[in-house]
Design a protein around this ligand. Structure first.
Ligand SMILES: Nc1ncnc2c1ncn2[C@@H]1O[C@H](COP(=O)(O)OP(=O)(O)O)[C@@H](O)[C@H]1O
Ligand SMILES: [Mg+2]
Length: 248
């Protein structure tokens, strides 16, 4: 089995936090899978993603991406990964086009390649008519779609998304959902966090459930449903593992 991502015994304690955000977390993401990272608020999903992307350092434990330790700066795997943060990471005063040209320069991509790739993605995600508009004028769902495109200009093998469908309109959500399905079908690995369990059940081959910085369950939605008594859908599995207490 080849792993796209391997986290081994990660620990992370934020200063002034009353409990560790990650408490010995070990997870594996299969190469070419579409995997959902699920868990209640505060479970450690964003912390895990930030460590995988190298934005945050773990106190203990190791991270390997495509078999390369991320501490190994010579491994140079950044160009194989695309990361979509939950917050919009675009310049509001620039048009979508101008944003992509700028980002393409940061990645060192040739202009014609950025143009070709951005055109394809803007069409696929329903934004081609709006490419010359300033991002500030986009609706929430449009900004979210535009943000996803920004992470795909270099056609990464591994796409990591933090809550790509949180708080977006139904049409944008459906479009993002279809796009992720197709991107996965084209042979890419996707790891994404979501609050929408129905969506994760439909889209994901594997789901990983975290709570309080620990791994709670990992498997295909069907296998987890099968193994949980009385469960008819992924939401039942989730509630059975994480309880019904509301998290802040
Ligand atoms: N910068 C920070 N400083 C202190 N505590 C933090 C910080 N970021 C996250 N936390 C805490 O770490 C835990 C995990 O947070 P996070 O990874 O954001 O969870 P999730 O994305 O699953 O909601 C939570 O208890 C959260 O309050
Ligand atoms: Mg989060």
């Amino acid at each position: 089995m080849s792993w796209a991502i391997e986290l081994n015994h990660l620990k992370k304690q934020y200063k002034n936090a009353w409990a560790p955000a990650l408490d010995g977390l070990s997870i594996r993401v299969k190469e070419k899978s579409i995997t959902g990272l699920l868990g209640p608020n505060g479970a450690g999903k964003t912390t895990s993603i930030n460590i995988i992307c190298g934005l945050l350092q773990a106190d203990e434990g190791t991270v390997q991406i495509f078999g390369n330790p991320i501490s190994n700066t010579s491994s140079n795997i950044g160009h194989r990964i695309g990361v979509v943060p939950q917050q919009i990471a675009l310049f509001g005063n620039l048009s979508a086009w101008e944003n992509y040209q700028y980002i393409g320069t940061l990645y060192g991509l040739p202009n014609h390649q950025v143009k070709e790739r951005a055109t394809y993605l803007l069409e696929r995600l329903g934004l081609i008519k709006h490419a010359d508009k300033r991002v500030n004028r986009f609706s929430g769902g449009m900004k979210r779609r535009a943000n996803i495109i920004a992470s795909l200009l270099h056609n990464p093998e591994l796409l990591i998304l933090d809550e790509p469908t949180a708080g977006v309109d139904v049409q944008s959500r459906a479009m993002i959902h279809t796009f992720l399905h197709e991107y996965h079908q084209s042979g890419k690995t996707i790891l994404y966090t979501s609050h929408h369990l129905d969506e994760a059940e439909e889209l994901c081959e594997e789901v990983i459930i975290l709570d309080e910085g620990k791994l709670i369950a990992h498997g295909s939605p069907a296998a987890l449903i099968e193994a949980t008594s009385g469960a008819a859908k992924l939401e039942d599995v989730f509630l059975s593992y994480t309880g019904r207490t509301v998290r802040d």
